[in-house]
Design a protein around this ligand. Structure first.
Ligand code: AMP
Ligand code: ZN
Length: 468
């Protein structure tokens, strides 16, 4: 089956046909490094990692580029507010450069913990100022810009298809339903390419430019860095869905105007949100969880990765600790089973027809717009199939792990012990529940114990555990 991806531009699942045969260029908007990534951000990077792994598995020579936003991302998407980096530096009493270095390192530590493969090229906005200036110059030459109040703006009325990704209704916009916060804007949807009249006196990240000393708007960096490393026309651009209406819309407008190539990017792929009780997990709401918090609570980062694999990237996923516990139980059961097979002997990769059919179904599910929950269920069904030998099961798991990224080859004594102690603790709770004649809770606890791979044996002397 060829790789098929949902393209936000067409709102359809399409066959993936690369610009250059056998190659794939992938650009993913990276973190704004003013704070720790929350686990919602990390969900998006896990989705992009699944795409990366699938492209590589399918034999494409992949170039995966991710930027680090260390300047120009304001607290408001419509050029209002102040630079997130400057705000964070002031609040924490550190320099913007130290803030950027600190949170970039923290981000990559999280990525490593989650087995996210590092993109081939990781590039910082502050290292690509000249490339941004070059693109703004081209836009200026093409008549797409104006200077007002000291800033350089992109004029969306100079192109005829602004907003096509988000399917924005421009008539509504022009009717003035939305008043621009920035009175310099001719159209409320115009956006800043370069701030020369720095509205923030604290801005220390400034560079000389043909328009005066200043700093770039947020969107221009992704056009500059993607074209620097992937050329002015490439295959896939990813990000979270919140990037569609403003950030990606503006990236498209300026890139197509500057490079004269339409479409600039062939496939737009967006990851849906991770939700908490209050809706989208977000940094600005202040209520967000980091991977470090999960680790402090004794979760393995791969429990969170497993949790993310239980949902399709285009569906919202609701986070709760109960769901994370279920993911942990499932992952530990998986690891324990594989440890048992490993103890019996080496993996067999000479798959029987039956075993091979599971592998095919697994990769078909991934090629079908990264349907990872279906792919994962192939693994579980194979493990339950008595016609597949344990050595083959181990072989299947290891092959599938090239996509899943769950470190299924890891020696799991520690995890098995955790599963043991977890099951024993649940058994104690169940004994207490039975004493209190809370049969519903006792049944629920028995199910949880079973999910860890143990059977409860009740005798007149008490209850004990037996491995399933
Ligand atoms: P930021 O560091 O704020 O620029 O965000 C990094 C990435 O995480 C972007 O691609 C966002 O679209 C994405 N993102 C933000 N919030 C969430 C969320 N709650 N769930 C999933 N992805 C998110
Ligand atoms: Zn971007």
């Amino acid at each position: 089956m060829p790789l098929r991806l949902y393209n936000t531009m067409s709102r359809q699942i399409e066959d993936f046909v690369p610009v250059r045969e056998g190659e794939a260029g992938l650009y993913c908007c990276g973190p704004t490094v003013y704070n720790f990534a929350h686990i919602g951000n990390l969900r998006t990077y896990i989705f992009e990692d699944l795409l990366h792994r699938t492209l590589v598995h399918d034999g494409y020579k992949l170039t995966h580029v991710m930027n680090i936003t260390d300047v120009g991302h304001l607290t408001g998407d419509g050029d209002e507010g102040e630079d997130k980096m400057v705000k964070s530096a002031r609040e924490k009493g550190m320099s913007v450069w130290d803030i950027a270095a600190f949170y970039t390192d923290a981000f990559f530590a999280d990525e490593k913990d989650l087995n996210i493969i590092r993109p081939d090229i990781v590039c910082k906005a502050t290292d690509h100022i000249q490339q941004m200036i070059d693109i703004i110059r081209k836009l200026e030459e093409g008549g797409h810009t104006y200077v007002a109040g000291g800033n350089v703006y992109f004029s969306i009325d100079t192109i005829d298809d602004y907003g096509k990704l988000a399917k924005l209704n421009l008539d509504d916009l022009r009717e003035g339903a939305r008043i621009a916060v920035d009175s310099n804007k001719r159209n409320p949807k115009d956006f800043v390419l370069w701030f020369t009249n720095s509205k923030f006196k604290d801005q220390v990240m400034v560079w000389p430019s043909p328009w005066g000393v200043g700093y770039p708007g947020w969107h221009i960096e992704c056009s500059a860095m993607s074209s620097e490393y992937l050329g002015p026309h490439f295959d896939i651009h990813c990000g979270g869905i919140d990037a569609i209406p403003v950030h990606h819309t503006n990236e498209i407008a300026q890139s197509e105007a500057a490079f004269g190539i339409k479409p600039w990017v062939n496939y737009w792929c967006h990851g849906e949100f991770l939700l908490n009780d209050k809706g989208k997990m977000s940094k600005s709401s202040g209520e967000f969880l980091t991977l470090s918090v999960l680790k402090e609570k004794d979760y393995d980062p791969l429990d969170y990765r497993y949790f993310c694999l239980t949902g399709h990237y285009r569906s919202q996923l609701k986070f709760s600790f109960e769901s994370l516990d279920q993911a942990r139980s499932a992952r530990q059961t998986l690891m324990r089973k594989l440890a048992e097979y490993r103890a019996e002997g080496p993996a067999d990769f000479n798959f029987s027809e039956k075993a091979a059919s599971y592998l095919k179904a697994f990769f078909d599910a991934m090629d079908n717009d990264l349907k990872v929950p279906q792919a994962l269920s192939q693994l579980w069904t194979a493990l339950r199939d008595s016609q597949v030998s344990n050595a083959e099961k181990l072989g299947l798991a290891l092959k599938m792990d090239e996509i899943l990224g769950l470190s299924l080859d890891r020696e799991e004594s520690a995890s098995a012990e955790t599963a043991d102690s977890q099951a024993l603790s649940l058994l104690e709770q169940r004994t207490a529940a039975k004493k209190e004649k809370n049969w519903a809770l006792a049944d629920e606890l028995r199910s949880q114990i079973q999910a860890l791979g143990y059977k409860v044996i009740d005798t007149a002397q008490g209850s004990s555990l037996e491995k399933l």
